[in-house]
Design a protein around this ligand. Structure first.
Ligand code: ARG
Length: 472
């Protein structure tokens, strides 16, 4: 039985039987790849211009194609374009509609190309645009961390290791640590961008084409600084997607860790930070609750971005050369990642501008837990005692303090000297959290001078700097 709809498929020539309905629905990607429409049209216009220039099609045909494609774009954007699952994917939907609009000239658009290089082009154009947007969001978030660091330049925070109080630090130092991570994330994205920014069109199905196409011209039109060198690699390659997903995983991992701190810090137990009402939600049963859901969701969404990377890597690992339909499955993880990363970066930047640190509580906590014990050990080192020995002496002092429920700074000189005779009055300068922070002036340390210098360098745009590192 012949079916007229079958013959309407661009590849229908050799088929005697219509596609099974389930197969049609199962193989269609139009429901999600339609978001590539703009890039598909942009790529097709460049391809058509090249075909005219190379005299593969004539000017009139080229003009009709370009105008037809622009009309299609307008219709898609105004919502009057009708997508049907029978169109399979965005490439065929647009081509079919072009032929319907302009007839034979439309049927010449696909000359010298395949959907295999076409889809690679669309994804590269899409990702190029999205990376630029993500970089903008990252810039905003980095700016928010910097602003906050400037505001909290004197706030003292207990620094933790193993989630046990370790040493006092400046809150600004802590905040700039996140900015550092985002800086690396940004440079990873920029690096990935270079490998995304390569023209695949012209690889055709896998082997190139016998037609006299001009790939360099298409590259110029679409602003690709490079052209892929091997047509087989070109239609197989999704490394650039995997790289982007990995870069996204690290961004999400950083956001997630920061959110974890916020979640802990906004608990009654820590009470270091208050996230504004606008960025928290209540409980449907417990009237007293104010939950840090945004932070929790960012932490949660990190899992799906990791999942997207694993999905793609798994998809790729067993594929024979070259294009395989499995590759159609690259799109949903990619789109989902782009959406998730953008949403998280955006909302986090807003949220951190809308939170208040509880400076007194932080300071109070920084003062407890023998957080300046290392300062005492370093004091002994400066008096000529070997560090290991100093460590032992301070350990005993801490244990003594625990027993008699005192802080180190509360010990009398007689008590200090019972443990180590070299300790004298100048010790008291060393045991306050402010002095502790002030003294950590090694490069990259938490001393105010170091932190201020970092802020200055960031604002000058000279940071991260490759210049010689100056000790304060
Ligand atoms: N929708 C397909 C994809 O996303 C487009 C390429 C189809 N190529 C093919 N030979 N069937 O990968």
């Amino acid at each position: 039985m012949k079916d007229s709809t079958e013959k309407s498929k661009p590849w229908g020539g050799r088929f005697q039987e219509p596609t099974n309905e389930l197969v049609e629905a199962f193989t269609a990607s139009i429901s999600f790849d339609r978001r590539l429409y703009r890039y598909d049209i942009e790529g097709s216009i460049a391809h058509a211009r090249m075909l005219v220039r190379q005299e593969i099609i004539n000017r009139k045909e080229g003009f009709a194609i370009v105008e037809g494609l622009k009309e299609i774009q307008r219709d898609i954007e105004t919502g009057s374009f009708e997508f049907s699952p029978g169109d399979e994917d965005i490439h065929m939907a647009i081509e079919k509609d072009l032929i319907r609009r302009i007839g034979d000239a439309g049927a010449k658009l696909h000359t010298g190309r395949s959907r295999n290089d076409q889809v690679a082009l669309d994804v590269r154009l899409y990702l190029r645009a999205e990376i630029k947007e993500i970089l903008e969001f990252m810039k905003v978030l980095k700016g928010a961390f910097l602003e906050l660091a400037k505001k909290e330049a004197e706030t003292i925070l207990p620094g933790y290791t193993h989630l046990q109080k370790a040493q006092p630090v400046l809150l600004a130092h802590y905040l700039l640590a996140w900015r550092e991570m985002l800086d690396r994330d940004e440079s990873r994205l920029r690096d990935c961008y270079r490998r995304v920014n390569v023209l695949p069109l012209g690889a055709a199905a896998l082997a190139g084409t016998s037609l006299p196409i001009d790939r360099a011209y298409v590259a110029r039109l679409l602003k690709f600084p490079e052209i892929s060198r091997n047509s087989m690699d070109t239609v197989s390659d999704r490394d650039f997607v995997a790289e982007f997903l990995f870069a996204s995983c690290l961004i999400m991992m950083h956001l997630s860790r920061f959110c974890e701190d916020l979640i802990l810090w906004s608990s009654g137990e820590f009470n270091f930070v208050e996230i504004s009402d606008a960025f928290t939600t209540g409980s449907s049963i417990m009237p007293q609750k104010k939950n840090p859901d945004v932070a929790e969701l960012i932490r949660g969404k990190t899992g799906r971005v990791y999942g997207n990377l694993i999905a793609l890597l798994t998809l790729l690992k067993g594929l024979p050369m070259t294009y395989n339909r499995d590759l159609q499955e690259d799109k949903e993880p990619l789109f989902d990642t782009v959406d998730t990363v953008k949403a998280c970066l955006q909302i986090l930047a807003e949220m951190i501008r809308n939170m208040k640190f509880n400076r007194e509580k932080m300071r109070q906590e920084a003062e407890g837990g023998f957080s300046t014990a290392t300062d005492l050990a370093e004091y002994l080192v400066m008096k000529g005692i070997p560090f290991r020995e100093a460590h032992g002496i301070v350990g005993k002092l801490v244990s003594f303090c625990s027993e008699c429920k005192k802080e180190l700074a509360q010990l009398s000189m007689e008590e200090f000297q019972r443990f180590c005779p070299v300790i004298n009055e100048d010790i008291h300068d060393r045991l306050s959290v402010s002095n502790s922070v002030r003294s950590r002036k090694s490069y990259g340390g938490t001393a105010c001078r170091q932190v201020m210098e970092q802020i200055r360098q960031i604002e000058e745009g000279a940071y991260p700097s490759t210049r010689r590192r100056k000790e304060a």
